[in-house]
Design a protein around this ligand. Structure first.
Ligand SMILES: [Fe+2]
Length: 461
């Protein structure tokens, strides 16, 4: 009988495979570049170990790339063969089911299997991490928070990786709006392990939501020293770092971070592309010239007009296509999204609920049809949460709506939306500047003057 590092039974042929399994899980939790190498070592030691095939299938799914879907299914089939040949524990069977459901596009089914595992095996860190992931990309902050809270009492310093659970809980708390508790749990995790980048990220989000830009910049600048050997998730942290600079209107710094960190490597991973697309869009909406930076993002997005494994990513891809004026690809993607809206897998349900509307509004906006963009997006604005991602990421789509109102010269709509915005971001000079413009548009010169003064005061602070 073999056990993993946290005492959970594993079906395996030898100790080496189990050690490699543990190393793979730990590297995955630590966002390490070595994750795939450990997995290969494990499969070389035992190519019939169910959890290794399941893990490989999960990794294929996490990429959310249509080209890897077959490989994920092959992993599911390889697991079936391994289980027939070598037997399995009930927990492993539930993971097998979760992978199968996920391959079928049934996120709720996959999630139910992970949460089922956690009732009996609350230290199954893989189930915890994947449940966290799917809750996140379902826009379900409370499930993210509660899923971690349910297992926390079963963890302490004697269980390897306790800090990672604190970090997951911190992020669930942050996205649920409990910034104080989020910061406490996140800082504790980072104190335990300064290279815990997910916990670092959770605290970064607190700084973002509370407009603590200087603290956020210092936090990332200091902790980035710990990121040697880490994977592309570091680009997302640099995106956050640039977001702090953006709010301080240090646009040259944002562009430098874009070129040297966020998009230093022009990968086709959806998160990397989403970081870049969101940042370019924000820069342009402030009148910053971003040169030809859209082109490579549009080239890559042209290859992603179909598949629809993650609505969050699709909403960004179409933005790149729109900004680069790729008319044919835009029409192809819109048609494909409309078709996908009739399918019944989880992401297609999200596309039906809000994805098509969002994509159409983005395209209308970039064609200069601001009224159409506004009228399309306004009724759907509170459904955008269904695409998942963080509040900070989805703010991009709130900005599309607000800009559609401003640029469409819809005075009272613009004034109302910008009043909301300064309510959320009272220290944001750009929001005040835009608010002043909307007030002028609405004919309220006195209030506009006050808003402009507020903007100047914030900029000179
Ligand atoms: Fe983030």
């Amino acid at each position: 009988m073999f056990y993993d590092q946290r005492g959970l039974p594993l079906t395996a042929a030898n100790e080496q495979a189990v050690l490699s399994y543990d190393a793979t899980i730990n590297a995955y939790l630590g966002f390490q570049l070595t994750t795939g190498t450990h997995l290969k070592e494990g499969l070389a030691a035992d190519d019939n170990m169910p959890m290794l095939h399941i893990l490989r299938g999960y990794f294929m799914k996490l990429f959310a790339v249509p080209a890897l879907e077959d490989k994920a299914r092959q992993c599911h089939e390889a697991t079936s063969r391994a289980i027939s040949a070598c037997g399995s524990h009930q927990r492993e069977q539930l993971h097998h089911r979760a992978l199968g459901r996920w391959c079928d596009g049934d996120w709720q089914g996959a999630n139910a299997a992970w949460e089922q595992i956690l009732l009996d095996h609350p230290t199954d860190v893989l189930a915890i991490r994947l449940a966290h992931f799917t809750h996140f990309y379902s826009g379900d902050a409370r499930r993210m928070r509660d899923s971690a809270a349910r297992v926390l009492p079963h963890w302490d310093t004697s269980v390897p990786g306790y800090g990672y659970i604190k970090g997951l809980y911190a992020f669930g708390l942050e996205e649920s709006g409990d910034y104080q508790a989020a910061e406490r749990w996140g800082r504790e995790a980072v104190d335990d392990n300064p290279s815990d980048i997910w916990a670092t990220h959770a605290v970064t989000h607190v700084f973002e939501m509370q407009e603590r830009h200087d603290e956020g910049m210092a936090w990332i600048d200091e902790l980035s020293k710990q990121w040697t050997g880490m994977n592309n998730f570091t680009f997302h942290l640099w995106w956050h770092r640039a977001l702090f600079s953006l709010e301080k209107e240090s646009y040259d710094e944002v562009l430098t971070l874009y070129d040297t960190q966020i998009r230093a490597t022009q990968t086709e991973e959806y998160l990397d592309m989403s970081n870049a697309i969101a940042m370019l869009w924000r820069l342009e909406s402030r009148g910053v010239d971003v040169g030809d930076r859209w082109e490579e993002l549009a080239d890559l997005s042209e290859q992603r007009t179909q598949g629809h494994l993650l609505c969050f990513a699709d909403a960004h891809f179409i933005m790149a296509l729109a900004r680069a004026g790729r008319t044919e690809a835009i029409q192809e993607m819109l048609a494909s999204l409309r078709q996908a809206a009739h399918r019944d897998d989880t992401q297609c349900q999200v596309i039906a609920r809000v994805g098509v509307t969002l994509a159409e509004a983005i395209v209308s906006f970039h064609e200069g049809r601001f009224d159409a963009a506004f009228e399309h997006l306004l009724p759907a604005r509170y459904d955008v949460i269904a695409i998942g991602g963080s509040h900070a990421q989805r703010d991009l789509f709130a900005l599309v709506l607000t800009e559609a109102a401003v640029q469409g010269k819809r005075a009272t709509d613009a004034r109302a939306l910008l009043a909301e915005r300064i309510g959320l971001k009272p220290k944001n000079p750009h929001a005040w500047r835009r608010y002043a413009e909307a007030l002028e548009l609405a004919g309220d010169a006195t209030a506009a003057k006050t808003a402009r003064q507020r903007c100047s005061t914030l900029l000179s602070a």
